[in-house]
Ligand binder design. Structure first.
Ligand code: PLP
Length: 375
C-alpha cells in the first residue's frame, strides 16, 4: 500500500496509541474530581499543557485541548466574534480557508461586514488587498498558514505587520497543515490565536488544540460545566497527553521529515514535468514539502483516483472533509480560474511513512496510464 493522503490524516505512531491506552487504563479518573485521584489526573493534565508550551515555545498563551481542529477553529472564531455581533464590525478571512473556518464566516455574514481575500498566482493571499480591507472597524482576521489543498505557505510575519497597525484586531491562524509539518516561519507567541491538529502529525483522531493569548477572554460557545478554560465537558486526559506527546515527537523529527517529504515531492514533481499535459497547482520550492497538487486537464480526478486505488495507491481528489461534494475542487478553481484544472485535480500528501520507492512506484503507475493513451 502507498498512502499519499497524509494531509487528510496520518497513521498514528504506536508510541502514541500506547500512551493513550496507558493513560486511559491507569489514570482514567475525572481530572476535576476533588479527591486525590482527581488531583493525580489533573497533575498529568497540567504536565500535558506544559509540554505543549515547551514544544511550541509559548510564553503568553493559554492551551485548550479540543476534539478536532474544527472545534478549535469554531471556538476561536465565535469566541472572539460573538462579542461584536450586530455592531457592524468588519472581519476578514480568505477565499480558500478550510470549511471549518470558511463556513463560520459565511454564517457570520448576517452580523458582520465580512471580507474574503483573493489568492495570488503563487497560492499565497493577496497581501495588498488585506492592507486595503483593514480599517478601524476591523476586529478579527483569520488566515491559514499552509493551505491544505495546494500546500502554499502564507507569510504570517507580513500579515502581522499589516494587522498590528490596528491594535483592536485579533489574528487567528489555522496552523493545521503547518504546525509539526514544516519549520515555522513565525513565532506562535506573536499571533493571537492558533489552531493545530495532532492527527495530521501521526497522533490520534479526536486530538487537536487551540492556543490563545493569556489576556484574551473568549466567549463560550457551548454550555455545560467549564472544565478547561473555554471548553465544557469532562477532560479527555488521554487525548490531551497523547496530543502533547504527538507534537513533541513531530517537532523532534521535523528536519528529517521535511527532508524526506521534500525528496519525494521533488522526484514526483520533476517526473510529472516531463509530461506536457500536466498542470502543477503546487510549486516545488514555494510551498510545503508535504503537499503536491496537479491536474491532467480532461481527465476526471475521480477516475484517476480510482485508477491509483486499483494499484493500491491512495491519493485525494479534494479535502477529505468535502470528498462527497460535487467537483470542481474549489481551491484549485480559485487559484487557476480554470474548470478543467479544478475538475482533474489530484492532491498527493506525504509523511515520514513514505519513501522514495513509493514515489518511483507512483510514477511507474502514472506512466502506465499514459502509455495506454489515457493522459
Ligand atoms: N484546517 C485545515 C487547514 C485542515 O486541513 C483541516 C482538515 O483537513 C482542518 C482545519 C479540520 O481538521 P479536522 O477535520 O481534524 O477537524
Amino acid at each position: 500500500m502507498i498512502y499519499f493522503d497524509n494531509a487528510a490524516t496520518t497513521k498514528p505512531y504506536k508510541e502514541i496509541i500506547d500512551i493513550y491506552n496507558k493513560v486511559n487504563s491507569e489514570c482514567w479518573y475525572n481530572a476535576s474530581s476533588q479527591y486525590r485521584y482527581g488531583t493525580v489526573a489533573h497533575n498529568l493534565f497540567d504536565k500535558a499543557i506544559k509540554l505543549v508550551e515547551r514544544t511550541l515555545n509559548l510564553t503568553n498563551k493559554k492551551v485548550v485541548f479540543t476534539s478536532s481542529a474544527t472545534e478549535a477553529n469554531n471556538k476561536a472564531i465565535y469566541g472572539i466574534c460573538n462579542k461584536y455581533k450586530n455592531q457592524n464590525k468588519r472581519i476578514i478571512t480568505t477565499k480558500y480557508e478550510h470549511p471549518s473556518v470558511l463556513n463560520c464566516f459565511k454564517d457570520l455574514e448576517n452580523y458582520f461586514d465580512v471580507k474574503y481575500l483573493d489568492i495570488l498566482e503563487n497560492g499565497e493571499i493577496n497581501y495588498s488587498q488585506l492592507e486595503s480591507f483593514l480599517n478601524n472597524d476591523t476586529v478579527f482576521v483569520s488566515i491559514m498558514y499552509v493551505n491544505n489543498i495546494i500546500g502554499s505557505i502564507n507569510d504570517i510575519n507580513r500579515i502581522l505587520k499589516l494587522v498590528r497597525r490596528f491594535p483592536r484586531v485579533k489574528l487567528h491562524v489555522d496552523g493545521v497543515q503547518g504546525v509539526g509539518k514544516i519549520k515555522l516561519g513565525f513565532n506562535i507567541d506573536d499571533v493571537d490565536l492558533l489552531t493545530a491538529s495532532a492527527h495530521k502529525n501521526h497522533g490520534l483522531k479526536g486530538t487537536a488544540l487551540l492556543v490563545y493569548n493569556k489576556n484574551l477572554d473568549l466567549e463560550l460557545i457551548e454550555q455545560g460545566s467549564k472544565q478547561q478554560l473555554i471548553k465544557s465537558g469532562t477532560i479527555d486526559l488521554a487525548g490531551a497527553v497523547s496530543c502533547a506527546k504527538t507534537f513533541e515527537i513531530a517537532f523532534g523529527e521535523l528536519d528529517q521529515n521535511v527532508n524526506n517529504s521534500y525528496l519525494i515531492k521533488k522526484y514526483i514533481y520533476n517526473e510529472l514535468c516531463k509530461n506536457s499535459n500536466v498542470h502543477l497547482n503546487s510549486s516545488l520550492n514555494g510551498g510545503s514539502p508535504h503537499i503536491l497538487n496537479f491536474s491532467y486537464p480532461g481527465v476526471n480526478s475521480e477516475t484517476l483516483m480510482h485508477y491509483f486505488e486499483s494499484n493500491d495507491i491512495y491519493v485525494s481528489i479534494s479535502s477529505a472533509c468535502s470528498e462527497k461534494l460535487a467537483r470542481p475542487e474549489p481551491v484549485v478553481l480559485e487559484l487557476t480560474k480554470n474548470e478543467l484544472y479544478a475538475k482533474s485535480s489530484i492532491r498527493l500528501s506525504f509523511s515520514s511513512d513514505n519513501t522514495i520507492d513509493d514515489a518511483k512506484k507512483f510514477i511507474e503507475v502514472i506512466n502506465k496510464y499514459k502509455k495506454v493513451g489515457k493522459i
